[in-house]
Ligand binder design. Structure first.
Ligand code: IVH
Length: 674
């Protein structure tokens, strides 16, 4: 692989690496959206560690090597860990494993020892405190010293015991550490649902699990079906000296302990374990990214001790991400709704981890520059835990002489306007937001999407068709459409045309908060729109707001505030707002909004059955619809859930069971839409 920083002197290289790693750390831990594989991250971190060791004079108390990473979220209570949550030293090489083995042997001065080999689960770590047999606290790793108290969310994870069976002989107080996970099946289902609702997809089960654990609403967490494995017991009076034996004890107390753990007495047993799981892990229901080796005896662990960051008695061996070599045929550029231009590599098709890969993301101009890509290059594509493959390097030895260097476009490939770059952002943008076709179409698609105006009958193909025909140029144009304008278009017909116009008409009842989300102000997502709509019950109040007023609102930061001000400064946007107003779109809250309309049930079809105590059937029907759901009469495989009161009919119950459809009571339902 090409050395990204060749030619720099050591100090400049240290600076570059620190900057890069800080950014990736932020992407990973704060945004939950990593741009590079773990392996790539580890490689950069390793390089930095080596350089810092070589140059102690460049020490920096804030270097990325000084911390274990942070996932602190300001909305949770912070808790200091009783024992710091350290990470493990990582390696990708069997030679390092042997060196670890030899170091342990030497450290133990010839005393016999056993290693416990375990799978390294790829989720998010958790510390569970049990007092008198009850789960009293669940905390994320955070920065290793303190983390977020996510007890309420963790309590929704079914495999985590809340109370232990009596008289099992566990200590009064002890801690279990483990990994919160999302299985591949649940992850794929979740992403499918998110795709339908046009929400951003999770890159991998790890991000999905950590994102879920940080949700503010534990009822929503419960629906995500998280899983967990526990792999470490801590406390003053543990039952055994052996780590393995303690885990087996924990298993008997009701904890979920992996049955793939194996005690090894020699290095060759360790290598056998690695070799076996390197391939066999693909058949597991959850993601794993390596194996962990731990000296089994707690006494010996204590004797070996810790470095500043990790135990000397354990190591993580990470599996190689699956990688293939293929030719880069071309680079094309996609322009999104916001005007951000994303480069995509078009590759000679290659088989990788079970699928044929033809395209890979290149993220942004810096990535292309960093790889020094040339057309026709033989590149390495990797699929780590992510779904979208990426290019991780170039085979410099087989570079064709004629291969032209890939230079990021300077003009928009769609409309020809010169691209711009905002300060502090990696992406290039097409500023032509009112005339660049994919931006216009993207904004309209966003406007009609389910969580926004939820206009049925129009998909992206119809938007494209209307745009090609010159029928729509902005979101307000939708409200000028008449059946006669569209009925004669290809693949349309009277019924579809009628449905579309009816759908547009119906969108006039969508509440103000959703309209505010739908108009597509940059950085104003669904949650921000709700917050704004609460503070500003009408567009007329919002459009005259000052920057200071906005920043004073808790959830609104400067970036969002500036974007809102900018939006309402633009006369073209004011024009669109006025046309929406004239069409009858709701630009202010009214009583019904105050009664709590939401998009929580969008895409859900709900069957009501039985007799209720808190509201009438009709009230429930209305509540379902007001929250974006559909009330349907009979149970089918498409039913999302049954809202059941007393005396639900036995045949319905049986049907729900057969289709595996959740049956929930009125309290649960009301909590769901709260
Ligand atoms: S032991 C002091 N065992 O890998 C020992 N960790 O950097 C602490 N992990 O943050 C960890 N599977 O989230 C251990 N079987 C396993 C593991 C495991 C996954 C994660 C854990 C930790 C990271 C190591």
């Amino acid at each position: 692989m090409k050395d990204l920083f060749a030619g720099d002197n050591d100090m400049a290289r240290i600076d570059r690496l620190r900057e890069e790693l800080h950014r990736h750390n932020y992407n990973y831990y704060v945004l939950n959206a990593p741009e590079i594989s773990d392996q790539e991250f580890d490689r950069l971190m390793y390089e930095l560690q080596e350089l810092e060791a070589k140059h102690p004079e460049y020490r920096d108390a804030n270097s990325p090597t000084m911390r274990v990473g942070s996932d602190i979220n300001k909305n949770f209570r912070q808790v200091v860990h009783r024992y710091p949550m350290l990470s493990l030293a990582n390696t990708y090489s069997e030679i390092d494993v042997k060196e670890f083995y030899d170091r342990v042997k030497k450290g133990l001065e010839g005393e016999e020892f056993e290693l416990c080999a375990e799978l390294k689960f790829d989720g998010t770590s958790i510390s569970l405190v049990y007092t008198d047999g009850k789960l009293t606290q669940a905390v994320t790793r955070g920065d290793g010293v303190r983390g977020d108290d996510v007890t309420d969310n963790v309590k929704t994870i079914r495999c985590i015991p809340l109370v232990l069976p009596p008289d099992k002989g566990y200590p009064r107080e002890f801690e279990m550490r483990g990994e919160v996970l999302m299985s591949w099946t649940v992850f794929e289902e979740l992403n499918k649902e998110r795709e339908l609702r046009e929400e951003p997809l999770f890159a991998n089960p790890r991000n999905a699990a950590s994102g879920t654990l940080k949700l503010q609403n534990s009822a929503e967490v419960a629906q995500r079906r998280l899983d967990a494995y526990l792999y470490y017991m801590l406390g003053k009076q543990l039952p055994h000296d052996g780590h393995y034996e303690n885990l087996m004890e924990a298993k008997a107390w009701g904890f979920k302990i992996s049955d793939k753990i194996k005690k090894c007495r020699s290095l060759s047993e360790v290598f056998d374990y690695i070799a076996y799981w390197n391939t066999e892990r693909k058949n597991l229901p959850v993601a794993t990214d390596g194996i962990v080796l731990k000296v089994n005896s707690t006494r010996q662990q204590q004797f070996l001790g810790y470095t500043a960051k990790s135990p000397r008695w354990a190591i993580a061996y990470k599996f190689q991400a699956e990688r293939e070599r293929t030719r880069l045929n071309s680079v094309t550029y996609q322009v999104g709704r916001t005007g951000a231009v994303t480069p995509v590599a078009n590759l000679a098709p290659v088989q990788l981890a079970g699928t044929v890969v033809k395209r890979a993301t290149l993220h942004n101009a810096d990535v292309i520059e960093g790889l020094d890509l040339h057309l026709g290059d033989m590149v390495y594509v990797e699929k780590g835990g992510e779904i979208i493959p990426k290019i991780v390097g170039v085979d410099m030895n087989s570079r064709a002489k004629a291969g032209e260097k890939v230079r990021f476009v300077t003009y928009c490939p769609e409309c020809g306007v010169e691209l711009i770059r905002y300060e502090g952002e990696a992406a290039w943008y097409c500023p032509n937001d009112t005339a660049c076709p994919p931006q216009i179409k993207g904004k309209i698609e966003h406007f009609i999407s389910r969580r926004a105006m939820n206009i049925e009958g129009i998909g992206s193909e119809t938007v494209d068709q209307f745009f090609q025909e010159g029928l729509i140029r902005d979101i307000a144009d939708l409200y000028d459409l008449k059946v006669s304008d569209i009925v004669s278009l290809e693949r349309m017909g009277e019924k579809s045309a009628d449905n579309i116009i009816k759908g547009i008409e119906a969108s006039k009842t969508v509440p103000w908060a959703r309209v505010l989300f739908a108009i597509g102000i940059r950085f104003v997502g669904e949650t921000t729109a709700k917050v704004l709509a609460k503070s500003f019950p009408s567009v007329d109040e919002l459009k005259v707001v000052t920057l200071d007023d906005l920043i004073r609102i808790d959830e609104i930061g400067e970036k969002i505030a500036r974007s809102i001000i900018l939006y309402f400064k633009d006369e073209r946007n004011i024009g669109i707002i006025e046309r929406l107003r004239a069409a009858g779109v709701r630009l202010k809250s009214d009583e019904e909004d105050a009664l709590g309309a939401s998009a929580k049930l969008v895409g859900k079809s709900v069957v009501i059955s039985g007799v209720f105590a808190l509201h009438s059937r009709d009230e429930y029907k209305e509540l379902i619809e007001r929250n974006g759901g559909k009330n349907v009469g009979s149970i089918s495989s498409k039913t999302s859930f049954v809202l059941a009161g007393e005396q639900m009919g036995p045949s319905k119950l049986e049907k729900a069971r057969r289709w595996n459809i959740p049956v929930i009571d009125e309290n649960t339902f009301l909590r769901m839409i709260e």
